[in-house]
Design a protein around this ligand. Structure first.
Ligand SMILES: [Zn+2]
Length: 252
């Protein structure tokens, strides 16, 4: 048992009793963890607005030994999740980010880079005119890279042949074969490997994104971003064992 401090984002809340909730955080220092927030459901509770979904806060909690519920003792709001109110897509985008962190990260497995990416993504939803779909697809791809599940974008997953992405073959297509965690070259592509076709251009966009962490450039089209999304989504669905449930409210 130890008292710990963390900078954290609220990613889930579950009612525990008449007045208490179990809150799941994604924190910079500890990764994901859950804690019992006593009195959190009371109108003038001890934690106030700090525990709203996707709020960023400074928390103090008592870390219990394995198997027992941690206890939240303090939560101070730093930033509230405030997307453009008229754009539901951004609100659901935030819920989608929370669902992916909940489903794809392990308890007490810190990843400060993933934490920073999450903050950046949620902040981007508050800026007017930031394209919400490219922000989300960027999050999907960089999240997969952080947790080590990004399919190999450089070589065929069967023969190991490098996947060349040059302007000459920019309309060349590769089949994405998600169970093998990667791409399939034309020579290896067989009927039994059903997969989604993906353009060389989309592959090159994803490579660039994972190499320099930038956003999708303005030259990337909605179709290409949607292709990258489908690619990332098959890896996400495979890892979760189901399609993310908040996805039905989002259009990419
Ligand atoms: Zn091959």
């Amino acid at each position: 048992m130890s008292t710990e401090k963390a900078e954290a984002i609220v990613i889930r809340q579950v009612d525990f009793s008449e007045s208490s909730r179990v809150v799941t955080f994604f924190s910079k220092e500890f990764g994901k963890f859950s804690a019992l927030a006593k009195g959190a459901k009371r109108l003038k509770g001890p934690f106030d607005a700090a525990l709203d979904l996707l709020s960023r806060c400074r928390v103090v909690f008592i870390k219990k030994s394995y198997g027992s519920l941690n206890l939240l003792t303090e939560a101070r709001l730093s930033t509230r999740f405030r997307p453009q109110p008229a754009e539901l897509q951004r609100v659901y985008g935030g819920y989608y980010v929370a669902e992916l962190l909940q489903g794809l990260t392990e308890d007490f497995d810190p990843d400060p880079a993933l934490y920073d990416l999450t903050v950046e993504t949620l902040d981007a939803f508050a800026i007017p005119d930031t394209p919400s779909s490219s922000t989300l697809v960027r999050f999907e791809i960089l999240l997969l890279r952080e947790i080590g599940l990004l399919p190999n974008l450089s070589e065929c997953s069967v023969c190991g042949e490098p996947v060349a992405v040059t302007p000459k073959i920019s309309d060349g297509r590769f089949n994405h074969w998600v169970t093998q965690g990667g791409l399939l070259c034309a020579a290896c592509r067989k009927e039994e490997y059903s997969g989604t076709a993906i353009s060389a251009r989309a592959i090159s966009l994803m490579r660039q994104l994972t190499e320099d962490n930038t956003a999708f450039g303005s030259e990337s089209t909605q179709t290409e971003i949607a292709e990258c999304h489908r690619f990332a989504l098959s890896a996400i669905t495979n890892a979760l064992g189901r399609k993310p449930s908040t996805l039905r409210y989002i259009q990419i």
